[in-house]
Design a protein around this ligand. Structure first.
Ligand code: TXA
Ligand code: MG
Length: 325
């Protein structure tokens, strides 16, 4: 039975489980993670099995500070240090050459490891009490919508022996920005709430944003290709102009309408981008549970400020893949 636990008891039980090679789901500021001891290959294999995740898709290692990151990467570079000081704890993942202590299963046998320090008190308390790094892919079956409340995790893994630490509704709501620092030019591999412009500003030089990756053989981050973040109900992205033609069988996810034009289910979204990002996965879970035969998602609002535009680009990438067929 998957079980949701709050407070210090949850942390204590979580630490016991991690030491025993077990799995613990924990909240972060982005989405819930599926945690295991990052240095225990057998425990990490359990994470892959439970998620049904392809073994070539590497996991992010969660740390409580720069010092702990230094235990898994070969060299903690000046860029890494600058960015950690600017954005950690927070939704920025850094990819760096790894040390041999990191099991192959974590990195998909690749030469790099992804590290991030999550900005959530429960995640930090768990990592600190455990005293070592914890892997944490999003706690959803591979390909499905990421979880932003503990009930999403419990319901997805109901029959499993899993504890879920309660941290409420995740604040940012979409996964961290992934930045590759292992090459010459820092390169954003996955868009997130922290925009490339803010990373550039902080480093004082231009960085690259990887093009959308199509073929697996081109991908440095196999998690970044094709269908992902998908509800089981077929979903499509539509423009505001198409909303009036929504049939009642289509569940609408909309920020501009107050009621469904044909009397069906409407899930209202916040108009500000930060609120939209926080709410989107929860809305998709809810839409997927409702009786509609399709989900129509209105394109998110298009803001003009740079931070808003960065979130809009990250959302667009998630929604494109949620509706990819
Ligand atoms: O916000 C987040 O990052 C959440 C929370 C729980 O921390 N975690 C998360 O993990 O989104 P996951 O496994 O769902 O996505 C990790 C992404 C994948 O696209 C994976 O391919 C990429 O990071 N990744 C992991 N290690 C990598 C590496 N060494 N090089 C390149 N990409 C890597
Ligand atoms: Mg994921």
């Amino acid at each position: 039975m998957a079980e949701i636990i709050s407070g210090p008891e949850g942390i204590a039980l979580g630490v016991q489980r991690l030491h025993a090679g077990g799995l613990v789901s924990f909240p972060t500021e982005t989405v819930y993670g599926l945690g295991a001891d990052a240095l225990d290959a057998a425990a990490v294999e359990r994470v892959f099995r439970l998620k049904g995740r392809p073994s070539n898709n590497p996991l992010i290692v969660h740390v409580s500070d720069e010092g702990m990151a230094g235990r898994v990467v070969e060299t903690w570079s000046d860029d890494a240090s600058t960015l950690a000081k600017a954005f950690w704890p927070g939704p920025l993942t850094l990819v760096l050459p790894r040390l041999p202590i990191v099991p192959d299963v974590v990195t998909g046998s690749g030469p790099t490891v992804a590290v991030r320090c999550p900005g959530h008190p429960v995640a930090l308390a768990l990592i600190e009490a455990f005293g070592g790094p914890i892997v944490g892919p999003s706690a959803n079956p591979s390909g499905y919508i990421s979880p932003t409340i503990p009930e999403h995790v419990r319901d997805a893994f109901d029959g499993e022996d899993l504890i879920v630490l309660d941290g409420g509704h995740c604040r940012a709501g979409i996964e961290s920005t992934v930045l590759d620092l292992s090459g010459e030019t820092p390169t954003v591999l996955r868009l997130g709430v922290i925009g490339a412009h803010r990373i550039s500003e902080s480093l004082g030089r231009e960085i690259r944003v990887a093009e959308a990756q199509h073929a697996p053989e081109e991908a440095r981050s196999p998690g970044l290709i094709g269908a992902h973040y998908q509800p089981r109900t077929p979903a499509r992205l539509i423009s505001g102009n198409d909303l009036p033609s929504a049939p009642s069988s289509a569940v609408l996810v909309s920020w501009s309408l107050e009621t469904h034009p044909s009397g069906g289910v409407l899930i209202r979204m916040p108009e500000d981008l930060g609120g939209y990002a926080q709410a989107i996965y929860r809305a998709l879970h809810e839409a997927d549970r409702s009786a509609g035969s399709t989900i129509w998602i209105e394109h998110p609002p298009e803001p003009s400020d740079p931070d808003g535009r960065a979130i809009a680009a990250a959302l667009h990438e998630r929604l494109r893949r949620a509706t990819h067929s």
